[in-house]
Structures are given as structure tokens and as C-alpha cells.
Design a protein around this ligand. Structure first.
Ligand code: ADP
Length: 213
């Protein structure tokens, strides 16, 4: 939530002198109580200030956290995701390494001939092959990837909070953002429509901190 200049002043006064009455805040700002009423209403409704009858306004020190919690609980994966970077499962390990360099990513989604998700490959998966001495030109990426159904995914309408929780709980760097298609035979296939990485979360973290730091 973006506070107006006057609302920021009010919060500062309440932080410094609270509990303080609306009357006293108005005096300090050389304004009338009536002028301040809408600002005080916004600040109490958003949880930044608390009001107690006959005591006055005081600052809710947990409100900073509450506002961040609300922001990440409301933002959707589709608001912050990056483009999908995919390779075919028939592509070689060599091709996958080249794609990681050219696209500047650390995780690739692997798709079948029809473009549906079949696996995921990370930097360490490729390093394993490199130290194992395999023929990276010949070996298909399908042999080294982590495969379905063990892929942790997220959908565009899930919250950013859920995505961050999945990254942490599964100790991975990226989630394919997927849409589910049900085939005529009832089988479910996943189309990759993006990727959600720790970088997206870090960028959001910086945006939430902008202006305050
Ligand atoms: P790094 O290779 O840099 O450690 P990760 O921590 O993301 O990257 O990957 C660790 C392992 O988890 C790899 O074997 C990778 O294939 C697998 N992995 C990565 N992302 C996912 C995902 N979304 N779902 C399931 N497994 C994944």
C-alpha cells in the first residue's frame, strides 16, 4: 500500500508520541480533526495504527510484516514469473549446457515431442554427467533429468507465497509454471507456460523493500 505524504507524517508522529489522540495529531499538523479523519481511518483499517477509545492511536509494530504478508499472499505467480526455457528430451546433454549458457538460466524444463512436460534438469544434473565421463554430445537429456511424476510445479494463479514455500521445502531453485490438460483418455498432461525461480522471489523482495531502505 502506498501511503500519502500526510499519512507518513501521521505514522511518524504516532510512532514517536503514541498513544496520542486524533485531536493532538491534528494540532501537531496544524490541521483540523475532520481533515485527518479519512487518513486515520485508512491507517487503522490497514492495521498500521491501532485505535483505543479514550487512549488514542498507537503504532502497531507488527504492521510492517502484516503488509508484506498480505502483498505476497495476494500476488500471483503470473505476476512475477519468467519465460519458459525448454529443451526436447531427445536433445543432447551438450545442447542442454549450451541452452543454459545462451538463455542464462540454471534450470531447464524438458518436454516431449508434443511439447508437454516430462522432466527438469538442473546445473548439478549436468555436472554429474561431466564428472561421470559420459559422452555429452551423444547422451540424451532424457537420461539425466528428474522425471515426471516427481516434478514440483506451480500454476499461474497460485500465490507467490505458495511458490516460495515449495522452493524452500523441496530445496530446489526453480518451478515450471504449468497448465494442466486432460486428454480424451483421462490422462493429465502439463504444458509449460513459464518458470518461477529464486531470482523472481529475490526481485520481488527488493521491490517490496524499495522506498523503505
Ligand atoms: P542445482 O543443480 O543448482 O542444485 P536444484 O537445487 O534446483 O539445482 O536441483 C537439485 C535437484 O532437484 C536436481 O536433480 C534437479 O533435477 C531437481 N529439481 C530441480 N527443480 C525441480 C523441480 N521443480 N521438481 C523436481 N525436481 C527438481
Amino acid at each position: 500500500m502506498e501511503l500519502s505524504e500526510r499519512q507518513v507524517k501521521i505514522v511518524q508522529i504516532v510512532k514517536d508520541r503514541g498513544p496520542i489522540t486524533g485531536e493532538q495529531i491534528a494540532d501537531l499538523l496544524n490541521l483540523t480533526r475532520a481533515t485527518l479523519r479519512p487518513d486515520l481511518a485508512i491507517l487503522t483499517m490497514s492495521g498500521i495504527l491501532e485505535a483505543r477509545p479514550r487512549v488514542g492511536y498507537y503504532y502497531n509494530s507488527r504492521s510492517g510484516n502484516t503488509l508484506v504478508a498480505r502483498a505476497i499472499g495476494k500476488l500471483r505467480v503470473k505476476d512475477i514469473k519468467s519465460l519458459a526455457i525448454v529443451v526436447r528430451e531427445s536433445a543432447s546433454v551438450y545442447d542442454a549446457v549450451v541452452t543454459m549458457f545462451t538463455e542464462d538460466v540454471g534450470t531447464l524444463s524438458v518436454v516431449d515431442g508434443e511439447g508437454y512436460l516430462v522432466g527438469i534438469v538442473s546445473r548439478k544434473d549436468l555436472l554429474k554427467i561431466a564428472i561421470g565421463g559420459g559422452d555429452v554430445q551423444k547422451m540424451p537429456i532424457g537420461m539425466v533429468m528428474t522425471r515426471m511424476p516427481n516434478i514440483v510445479t506451480i500454476t499461474p494463479d497460485d500465490t507467490v507465497y505458495l511458490a516460495a514455500r515449495r522452493l524452500i521445502s523441496h530445496q530446489i531453485d526453480a518451478l515450471p509454471v504449468v497448465r494442466t490438460y486432460v486428454m480424451p483418455n483421462g490422462e493429465e498432461r502439463l504444458e509449460v507456460v513459464g518458470r518461477l525461480t529464486k531470482t523472481n522471489i529475490t526481485r520481488l523482495f527488493v521491490e517490496l523493500g524499495d522506498g523503505e531502505n
